[in-house]
Write a protein that binds this ligand. Sequence first.
Ligand code: HPA
Length: 307
Amino acid sequence: MKDRPHLTLPPQNPRDTSPPSVSYLSRVQESVNALKAWRGALPVPEMVVVLGSGLADAVDGLDNLACARFEDIPGFRTTHVLGHRSELRVGRVECVLPDGRTGSREVAFLRGRNHAYEGFDAGEVVHNVRTLLHWGAKGVLLTNAAGCLDISWPVGSLMVLSDHINFTGLNPLAYPYGAGFEPRFVDMGRCYDAEWRSDLKAMARAQGLTMNEGTYFGVLGPTYETPAEIRMMQTLGAHAVGMSTVLEAIAARQLGARVAAVSCFTNHGAGLSPEAVLDHADVLDVGKASARGLAKLLLAAAVSLPL
Ligand code: HPA
């Protein structure tokens, strides 16, 4: 990818209702055009996989796929969070499925993501996923590191999201982040695809992985929660808490994509294990340790989940 200067949007002032000088939609179109120019006649990725904290280096074969650094894609922004790279990997992925068949598909891996707590606005957080869907992808598989709210589920285990509570205070479909994207009012009753969830659970079982299922509580961060906040989340019926995923899931559903998300539990929520002190380095270490199993599952899911 050739080096190109980034588009910069004016700072968002909630009291300023004038249209932004560069729309989020036109920025997505600019990114899509750049990716089309980069890949030329090569096939468009059908599936998007977003690799969360600790997962970026766990997926086998990623380094053999074509690479574009976020900083080299017009409209993309670079994340500076430790444990996240900032690159897009694209290409044909082939892998042996748990049932012995071989699956193969064009996949785009986002190795790292932008978080709202870094100062990215809701439109920037979802920009990369929106771009890949506008380019032609039909499905999005999201992953994240999360705090576990159920003390009977071990650290290192996985959870497929059945639902979420968006507590970030943000929404990528609200003006100006959603201007030009249709439809405006999106049904969130079936955000996480039921067939994909059941396929993911079956694949995890076949691989000997424990896959729980539950509701993800999405927060802005970057602080971890207080014990009182964790009790509130439990009372509200959540099973996991994390600082990503919900905005990307909303943006992907608006564009009609099938969506699934898997949390990798790196710790129990604050106050649930009294001796534990929450620390980002530990979150990354635990993430890495359980990442290998999840990485294998992700490859199988990426090539076989129905689109
Ligand atoms: N809270 C919020 N986000 C997280 C946590 C947590 O406990 N662990 C990993 N990401």
